[in-house]
Design a protein around this ligand. Sequence first.
Ligand SMILES: Cc1ncc(C[n+]2csc(CCOP(=O)(O)OP(=O)(O)O)c2C)c(N)n1
Ligand code: SF4
Ligand SMILES: [Mg+2]
Length: 280
Amino acid sequence: MKFGTNLNEFDIRDYLRQDLMPHFMCPGCGHGIALRALLWAVHELEIEKDKLAIVSGIGCSGRVGGYIDANTYHTTHGRPLAFATGLALARPDLTVIVITGDGDCLAIGGNHFIHACRRNLNMTCLMLNNEVYGMTGGQVSPTTTDSRLTTTTPLGNTEPAFDACALAQAAGAGLVGREVTLQTPALKNLIRDAIAHKGFSFIEAISDCTEVLGRKNDLGSSPEMILRQKAGMRPDSYGNVVEQPFRPNYQQTGILARNERPEYADTYRRTVIDAYNPPS
Ligand SMILES: Cc1ncc(C[n+]2csc(CCOP(=O)(O)OP(=O)(O)O)c2C)c(N)n1
Ligand code: SF4
Ligand SMILES: [Mg+2]
């Protein structure tokens, strides 16, 4: 069965489990905007709901996946990529998408992340980067910007932040991209390209935690927070002129790297499975 009644029109309600509404997200949370971009991309690709598998970890980002009316798996903290690896190997007919947070993906799940990039198994990893552990009350994360106040850095963060896209690229991911949630159509295009790419795709969506990071750092209302994502004009990798994100770590957006190399399940099947089951 396909999503939606009219495939020319995107209506997010066709893709959500309505019985779970109202959702848990705080007003203005960037994760909801990223969810919209993801479902819009799924709609444009006309992915059948029975063929879509969403795997998420633990966190506000992890809970987002459960609202999608498809096959959804809410796994343990930091482990969605490990779970998705088994799923994608066993069921190459599925479109496997991982939704993860900056803490889930880069802290507790950091080891799984680098190896998922290295293997290049066919799946898409969408990391919602709000620079904080949102769900647990606002602790510092590996992407927290320098000097930010968090519950575990009450005098300001002194650790440098990870550039997740540079890390993914160095570890061998097939496609790497970044977009701010403010640019929802551009984020949708990026996610669509990532899903269509055969291999491991990593997308960093620059999200906002209005409640526990915004409030602690006096970043203003949720509209003010999201408008801070722009400061100037620049062309993205699709040639469209869009606003530039304000955070210096995220000046580059769009597709940042493409690395066409053998997809892992194909290689594994050829070298291991076929060896045990030679054609008669
Ligand atoms: C093994 C384990 N350790 C710690 C936790 C507590 N915990 C739940 S969510 C979370 C951090 C989530 O941060 P992030 O991945 O950035 O997601 P966000 O809530 O910001 O979207 C932590 C530490 C847990 N659930 N399991
Ligand atoms: S705590 Fe932060 S990340 Fe979690 S729902 Fe609220 S705004 Fe979003
Ligand atoms: Mg986070």
